[in-house]
Design a protein around this ligand. Structure first.
Ligand SMILES: [Zn+2]
Length: 364
């Protein structure tokens, strides 16, 4: 358990979780006074034993609450030259902090150190209610408040009469996203795995992923049975539209590198569209690996309460043999549909109706 707490980063906590953080911070300080050992175990460290350590600092995004667009937490900046409207969205899932780290840095830069040169640049903190509900004792529960914000982006869902906190926010943001030409949607993953770009199933989505050049892995897929993602909304996924979108999963939710990776992707995205007069932080051109494309051949959606994995799967692990049993779902067996099946973002405890895993193959 010491390792679990040692990984926690203490910087500027979010207001929502400041109490919990201060509580742990006090305990950490007491630990140091005792000589670096944790002798008594507190409620937080018990949780940390079953949850990944929180290695990142949650930015205090309340300073961006007013926005400048008439929408809370939505900012927009216009350049003097004509150009596209590019948008970076964060917190579509409330506990996926990396996007908030990146956009917090971007908005900071736009307070004087950087200027939008052409077109329009906007920043959206999407599910802020979920972010503010983050509880270190239940870190997985603040993905959303009522329902998954990233399954609401069909027109009939948005136009329908159903109500939820997320639907209200999605409906409020819809007109903004209707104005966006190119979207970068920053996410993170439940389980540790290499970052992965979700390009959708159009050529333009793949072209955008390749233009950004990171991450190494690009997923070509059509989404989830449970509903449409923001990255697939309207023109973003229409092959006849010039609009495009890219969703990037930057790593495990709270691992140390996740915010840095989100920043890297964001600066590259903005450089690609030549948005800023300068990139305010040195964009280090680290050596990057050739990208590999994974085509999805099967999306496994949970049908019964009795869904069970045969064994835990790792993100992007490859199972060599076709027909290998990976899970059972009631009386159904789920087997790999072909040789060299790549397991994409397996969910340890998926619920009925959710995607349990996407199975793909590396494109030759
Ligand atoms: Zn997400």
């Amino acid at each position: 358990m010491n390792e679990a707490l040692n990984g926690v980063a203490w910087g500027r906590p979010s207001i929502c979780s400041a109490l919990q953080y201060r509580d742990i911070e006090t305990q950490i300080a007491a630990m140091h006074e005792r000589g670096g050992r944790i002798n008594s175990i507190n409620k937080h460290s018990r949780v940390s034993m079953s949850s990944p350590p929180i290695e990142i600092t949650f930015p205090d995004i309340r300073r961006w609450a007013s926005g400048n667009t008439g929408l809370d937490y939505v900012w927009s900046f216009r350049g003097s030259l004509p150009g596209p409207h590019v948008c970076v969205s964060a917190l579509v899932h409330g506990n996926e902090v990396c996007g908030a780290i990146a956009t917090d840095q971007l908005l900071d830069a736009l307070q004087g150190r950087a200027t939008v040169k052409r077109g329009t640049l906007s920043v959206v903190f999407a599910n802020v209610d979920a972010y503010h509900a983050f509880d270190v004792e239940k870190p997985f529960e603040s993905r959303c408040v009522d329902e998954d914000f990233n399954r609401l982006w069909r027109e009939d869902t948005l136009d329908g009469s159903r109500d939820s906190k997320e639907l209200r926010r999605a409906r409020a943001l819809r007109a903004h996203f209707d104005q966006v030409d190119h979207l970068l949607d920053l996410h993170s993953m439940l389980e540790p795995a290499p970052p992965i770009a979700l390009a959708g199933d159009t050529a333009k989505g793949l072209a955008l992923a390749r233009a950004i050049a990171i991450p190494e892995h690009i997923l070509v897929d059509a989404g989830h049975a449970a509903g449409k993602r923001l990255r697939d909304y309207a023109g973003f996924a229409d092959p006849n539209s010039a609009k495009s979108a890219l969703l990037v999963e930057c790593g495990q939710h709270w691992e140390r590198s996740v915010g840095e990776f989100a920043c890297d992707v964001m600066w590259r995205f903005l450089r690609h569209f030549d948005v800023l007069d300068s990139v305010p932080f040195a964009l280090v051109d680290k050596p990057i690996r050739a990208q590999r494309v994974i085509d999805i051949s099967q999306v496994v959606t949970v049908n019964t309460e009795r869904f069970q994995w045969v064994r835990p799967l790792l993100g992007l692990e490859t199972i060599a043999q076709a027909g290998t049993l990976i899970a059972t779902d009631g009386v159904s067996e789920i087997r790999t549909p072909h040789d060299d099946a790549v397991m994409v973002m397996p969910v340890p405890h998926p619920k009925v109706g959710q995607t349990a895993v996407r199975i793909g193959r590396f494109r030759a």
